[in-house]
Design a protein around this ligand. Structure first.
Ligand code: SIN
Length: 509
């Protein structure tokens, strides 16, 4: 087995990982990408844009207040303050890399409205192409940065630790060969777990691997039960499901049932622009009752659809739906993981040598329900903070020997399909004790047969913590515990605590 050594190892090449690598310069970094750079990462698929207080009359404090309100009592206000205060500069930094943000008539950032924002605050790029365009510019900067090396088409099989427990690198597979890459610090930025669900808007290769790698190494995991479901994935039977961005509703598109009647007014005073968890539950209920859910953009957007929302337009037309003339059939889909590897504001995890940023991290900034378009912002702000902090990490004590490391086992395709179906059914928009218990016994059986594969570890964290949270809050909705507890508590646990059935430590916000 070959061995190489770098000051910094970044696992993941979405916006958080690449921003971290750029922020760490001139420290030498190796970045691992699962596919060719820019593919297989959720950041590149983001449509709506990046939220930041960039317009006259808006302030980071207003953005922070909306972030806190959407998060259903679980947002850490200090993290929301950092995100929203550093947000405008993070967007300006992306613009200076060449991201062609849409501009208003005074050459300011054009700002659009999305659900649960108290004012238009989302900077868009070429209509609905924010993720793609942001990644394009950031990748160009990474390619031009002499301190960054990128290894494409790699898969991380385990984190490497030393006798002190410090994370010292990773076992990495490339072209069928396993190699060890050692580093003074490792930044996990390998995305979320949408691909654990049978209906998702994320690349389905993302099945919670980053959280599972950290959990197997003993890291503290926070709030894994909080999975956000996007209310308006386009229901045309594709896997992954194409997204119909929330910006459509911000621009006036309305949700209607199969009879053409609007229904969101029954669920929330903000109707179609209610927080995402509320809209997702309403759509889920409509569909369960057989009443259908459609996004009607005929009046509000009409003939402007192709230039305003080219990505959504192409997805619809590809399925024979002309959104200028027909309502778009929509369904909920796993979209974003608020939980993940616990970190502080600089991306430090509970394990020495290990940092995390982006969707796989849980700073507490999203609480129980992320505010729309805060995810690209989180990747940019907290990715940069993690990169700067990790670049200062001192080398490990050479007296601590590297421990032998086992690669996590792989799962056959058929087992992954069964797992995705079960996670979607039992840990989806609504959950209950019976379903979650059934899911856990299925995971036990699969783990007994195939060993601790990373998707099984991630699914176990979600299901066990969803079972233990006996309330409904934000994206976590228990039909057997519909109440919201008076005191909001984060889940903080380790995998070994869960496996030992130990009581989970919770921290009040
Ligand atoms: C969307 O465009 O609706 C998705 C944006 C987000 O998930 O924040």
């Amino acid at each position: 087995m070959t061995k190489s050594s770098f000051p910094l190892l970044v696992i993941g090449a979405g916006l958080a990982g690449l921003t971290a690598a750029l922020a760490a310069a001139p420290r030498r970094v190796v970045v691992l990408s699962t596919g060719p750079l820019g593919q297989d990462c959720s950041s590149a698929w983001a449509q709506g844009g990046i939220a930041a207080a960039l317009s006259q009359g808006d302030e980071p404090a207003f953005h922070a207040a909306d972030t806190v309100a959407a998060g259903a009592g679980l947002v850490d206000p200090e993290m929301a303050d950092i995100l929203t205060r550093e947000g405008p500069d993070a967007v300006r930094a992306l613009a200076s890399l060449g991201v062609p943000f849409d501009r208003d008539k005074d050459h300011g950032f054009a700002q659009s409205l999305e659900a649960a924002h108290s004012r238009p605050r989302v900077a868009r790029v070429k209509g609905d192409q924010a993720g793609h365009e942001i990644l394009r510019s950031v990748i160009a900067a990474v390619r031009a940065c002499p301190s960054i090396e990128v290894l494409e088409r790699t898969a991380v099989r385990a984190l490497v630790q030393d006798t002190s427990g410090r994370v010292r690198g990773a076992l990495v597979e490339q072209n069928g060969q396993i190699q060890t890459i050692l580093a003074d610090a490792v930044i996990l930025a390998a995305g979320g777990l949408g691909g654990l669900y049978d209906v998702t808007t994320n690349p389905h290769s993302l099945r919670g691997e980053a959280m599972a790698l950290a959990a197997l190494a003993g890291a503290l995991i926070a709030d894994p039960e909080f999975v956000q479901f996007h209310p308006t994935a386009i229901d045309i039977g594709l896997d992954p499901a194409p997204l119909a961005t929330e910006a459509l509703r911000g621009d006036g598109a309305r949700l209607i049932d199969a009879e053409g009647q609007p229904f969101m007014g029954r669920h929330h005073p903000l109707a179609d622009l209610a927080p995402r968890d509320v809209v997702a539950r309403a759509i889920h209920e409509q569909r369960l009752k057989g009443q259908g859910a459609f996004l009607d953009a005929r009046q509000a957007i009409g003939d402007h659809f192709p230039e305003m929302f080219p990505t959504v337009f192409a997805a619809c037309m590809g399925a024979g739906i002309d959104p200028r003339l027909q309502p778009i059939p929509v369904a909920t889909a796993a979209h974003y993981h608020m939980g993940g590897v616990w970190t502080d504001a600089d991306g430090r995890t509970s394990l020495a040598g290990l940092f995390a940023a982006g969707e796989c991290a849980s700073t507490g900034v999203h609480g129980a329900n992320r505010l729309a378009s805060n995810s690209l912002l989180e990747a940019a702000v907290f990715g940069a903070r993690a990169g700067r902090a990790a670049a200062l990490e001192a080398p490990a004590d050479p007296a601590c020997a590297i421990l032998p490391t086992q690669s996590a086992p792989a799962l056959p395709d058929g087992v992954i399909k069964d797992l995705r179906g079960a996670v979607g059914l039992y840990a989806g928009v609504t959950r209950d004790r019976q379903g979650l218990t059934q899911l856990l016994s299925l995971i036990d059986g699969m783990e007994g047969r195939y060993g601790p594969a990373l998707p099984l570890i991630a699914a176990r964290l979600v299901a066990s913590c969803a079972l233990m949270r006996k309330e409904s809050r934000g994206s976590h909705s228990r039909s057997d515990y519909p109440q919201t507890d008076a005191v909001a508590r984060r889940t903080l646990t380790t995998l070994s605590q869960l496996l030992a059935n130990a009581p989970i430590k919770v921290a009040a916000e």
